[in-house]
Design a binder for this molecule. Sequence first.
Ligand code: CA
Length: 347
Amino acid sequence: MKKLCDMKKLCATIVLILVFPLAIHAAEYRPQVAAHRGASAYLPEHTLEAKAMAYAMGVDFMEQDVVFTKDDVLVVLHDHTLETTTDVEKKFPGRQRPDGSFYAIDFTLNEIKSLLVTERFDPKTKKAVFGNRFPVNFDIDFRVPTLEEEILLVQGLNKSTGRNVGLYVEVKEPAFHEKEGKAIMEATIEMLGKYGYNKEGANAILQIFDYDAVKKSRELGWKADLAMLVDMDGQMLRDDKSIHKWLLTEEGVKEVSKYASVFAPWFSHLAEPASDGKSYTIAPCAQWARDAGMKLHTWTYRADSLPKGFISENEVFEAAFNKIKVDGIFSDFPDHVIQYLEKNGLR
Ligand code: CA
């Protein structure tokens, strides 16, 4: 009898040892999914329709890229120019700058609202950037939303579903906006504050490619999470490649952790492809970021454009969630990421 009892105890202990740590681990590690420009693999990016679809997929964060209009309204648009996703060339011929681009900052909100939005295309060839996504056409009434409209959409859905999806707001090209006399950092922080997001622990992350602007956002009183986006190419309108190179060094990571709570490099800076393109190695900056107390996020998972060094979606997710263990990922295909996480007990 005693033997049986001991056996039972032993079995119970083994079960506890085997199951409990896994259960704790699963509860601790729950990577978050951000809808990159909405469910942009399925509907034109940054439309409210793409955001509603992403919301229904069960994302944790909705991404907004913000730029200013001529009359100082924050609109949700990835590029600081309009010709890659709207019919601006047809509606406002001659309004481009000498470099040939139609800058959002040169148009009023009313003018931008008069534009129809479509799937991202190459303005020269008029062909879609991603051939298997939503068609490029201007026959559907998709529009550019304001940041405020998008906040109201997410907050409205949070109310009607009882969920709590967060905002992940990127201020685009702060130095360019400042040069044009537009205080975009101040305006974004003020708008987020108006809707209750500027406080510690709020469900919003401010994300910026500009290191100086990351520092400045704390000076301006941003209290919630702050992500430093890192890409060796730096920003489009600012020559800061050397700063981004430095941000991937141990010193750079430590320095930025004084301001940022999230370190968010391009995926290929975390899983560096080998020169033959057939394998990858994990970069040390992942560990440095953790050691410095930051969360690790990365971008952008696209099933129709896999990162270099990878041949399958599963391989990318294994690297991201089993090896590097990122805390968050941006994806045009949030449903693919969520399905993987669910299947593997990480959600
Ligand atoms: Ca972005």
